[in-house]
Structures are given as C-alpha cells and as structure tokens.
Design a protein. Sequence first.
Length: 344
Amino acid sequence: MNKKVLIIYTGGTIGMAVDPDTNALVPFDFEKISRKVPELKKFDFGINSISFNPIVDSSEMSPEIWGKLVKIIEENYSSYDGFVVLHGTDTMAYTASALSFMLHNLQKPVILTGSQLPLGAIRTDGKENLLTALEIAAAHKNEQALVPEVCIYFQDKLFRGNRTTKYNAEHFRAFRSDNYPPLAEVGLHIKYNYPYIRYTTLNGTFSVSTRMDNNISLLKIFPGINEHVIRSVLDAPGIRGVVLETYGSGNAPTSQWFMKALRDAIDRGVVIINVTQCLAGDVEMWRYETGRHLLNMGVVSGYDITTEAALTKLMFLLGNSASMEELKMNLNRSLKGEIKTVNS
Ligand code: ASP
C-alpha cells in the first residue's frame, strides 16, 4: 500500500522570502513553498501538508507551541506513516528534544528539517533537506518504519533529535551530535545505521503528553561569576529545576558561598542537573574534588546529555512526575535515548 507523509510547516528560513519593503526575511505560506519544489510530485508516496497559523520564527518557540505540535501529530497519527516538521534551525534542537519526551511509543518517523537559505534562493540547502527528510519519513521495511524516532535531518546526516545541537550559523552543516552517531548518512544512497536506531516494542499504544513545567532555569558558570548572579537564578520565585552548565567532566568552584547557594536551593526542593559546557563527553562528578562536592550535596548527573535535552527533559519530568523520587529516578535514566545508559 502506498505510504503517506504529513508535512507540518511551523516556519523558519526554509519557507521565508525577502520582504521588499524591509529587506528582512519573513515567512510565507506552504502553498508557495511547494511551487518551488516541483519534485514533491515525483515521489511514489502521498504527501499532505498542514501549516501553522501564524507561522513562527523558531525564536518564538515555546512549550505551548510544542503542545500544539504534538496534538497535530496525535490527531493525524493513524492516517500517516511518517511526519516531516519544517522548523527554523535556531531552536530546532530544543523542539526535537521536547518532542522526543512528549511522544510515547512512537512507531513512526518524525523528522525535523529546515534550511540556512530559503527555498527560493538559488543556492538553497532547503530542497535537498526537505526531499531527503520526506524519503526517510516514508522509508519502511516489512511495514515497519526504518527510523521510528524524532530526528533532525540536515545536510547529509540524520541525527537523533535529542542528541543534536545547532553549532553553526553560517555553514550548511549547522547541526552536530557529538555524543551519538548519526542514524543515517546520505550520499548516493541513504545508509541507515541500524544498530543505533531505537525501536520501541510494537505493542505499546501511541500517546502524547502536553504538560511541560517551565519553572526552570539554565545557569552557565564562568570564572568570576558572582553570588548575586547565582542567587538571582537559584532563588528566583517559583523555580523548581536548574540545569547547571559546569566545566569539563562536571566541575564547579568549591567556594563556601557557591556551595551554600546550591545547598539552600536543593534543601528547598529545587532539582539541579549537572551538564558539561563541553560539546562532547560526559559528566563524571566523582572524578575530581571540584565535582565530588556537587555529587555529595545531591546535584544530579546529566551524563552525556545536551543542554537542549536537559532543559526539555526537566520541563517534561517536572510536569509529569508523581513524586520527587520518580522524577530523580527518570532523570537518571534514558527515557528516549538522550543519555548513554544501559537502556539507551
Ligand atoms: N530565524 C530562523 C528560525 O530559526 C533561522 C532559520 O530557520 O535558520 O526560525
């Protein structure tokens, strides 16, 4: 039977055009996009599209919009074999991470893509990104999707969504996934990296969560950071979780005032997760004395998680956990392949 893929157009450079009055890039609707890609008609699978209204620059992304996106996927889940989400590149890694936690028992591909140059531009990277993302979203073997995960496809690589980071604002190769290999590499052929693709059991029923608690913050330490700044983050009203970006394998200053600020927050029930500022490698708090004190006071290890995945995982768990024990247990394990543990 012919497969069907749904394109969900949220916005982003891929669908933008130059406004003649301001010279700035502004979004335009999907009908106009598809006219720029006549190749869409050549696929042997069906393609339909839904467009956000209004279309958003990805800088405007929010948990509410992620909720809207997962609802669209839920409503259309049984009618399509795969989904392609067109999204701005700026926050694509956050959305891909969030979706991975909000969609459960996913057995169909959800491929996010976008571009650095609009589809209308002569040298656009958007055409290849869109066409290959569609091909991957429709790819099946024996009625089983080849990549039933939330992914980002960009340039010539398919990455697990919650392992990616946007690292380049100039080059077409805008994303990287330093702690997890690509799920597919694209040249003359699409070469799937099967041992690294996550296949969920076929008997679970697909469902979605839309609750995300954004009472969280991100604290990146640097030499010279002062107590007011630390306190303004940790003591912010309503704060329930903090992603602490530390040095190297999870190290931070040992000064009394710093440790006291962290301990006070933990005593108030704030969850603090330790993530490295490095692009690759793991948090190993036991390794140095400057990490061990964090471990001893109850800071949770982020292992090899990206900051994007840590923030969205924290939002998801704070919004969906019955108790602090359950939340901490889930922070410590791989939910959707976002960290390297026995379950990933
Ligand atoms: N500002 C755009 C966005 O993220 C950039 C892009 O799509 O590359 O929506």
